[in-house]
Design a protein around this ligand. Structure first.
Ligand code: FES
Length: 105
């Protein structure tokens, strides 16, 4: 199982356990776990409503891809620890990470 923690818009934390090999993005898993993120663009790195801040575990994540980096550059509240959940695959690189939801509800 892959375990990571999500801090919601109210600051409440919950640890999710996801089976390995599900081949879903973090955005898809968050929506499937009833987190209220819009993901308006459906995972195309175009809307930034799936913006998350990586509080722990960022070093293990894959580098930003070009589309993700370009989108994050347009966000006034993005920082060096920002990622787009739709561009992160749920795999062992997320093990132990802590994500804070930042996108629009
Ligand atoms: S779902 Fe739109 S940028 Fe991630």
């Amino acid at each position: 199982m892959i375990q990571f923690t999500v801090e919601d818009f109210n600051g409440e934390r919950q640890t999710l356990e996801i089976p390995e090999g599900i081949s879903l993005s973090l955005m898809e898993v968050l929506k499937g776990s009833d987190y209220n993120i819009l993901a308006t663009c459906g995972g195309m790195a175009l809307c930034a409503t799936c913006h998350v801040q990586v509080l722990e575990g960022g070093d293990a994540l894959p580098d930003l891809n070009d589309a993700e980096g370009a989108m994050l550059d347009t966000l006034p509240d993005a920082g060096s620890d920002s990622r787009l959940a739709c561009q992160l695959r749920v795999d062992e690189t997320l093990q132990g990470a802590v994500f804070r939801l930042r996108g629009a509800e």
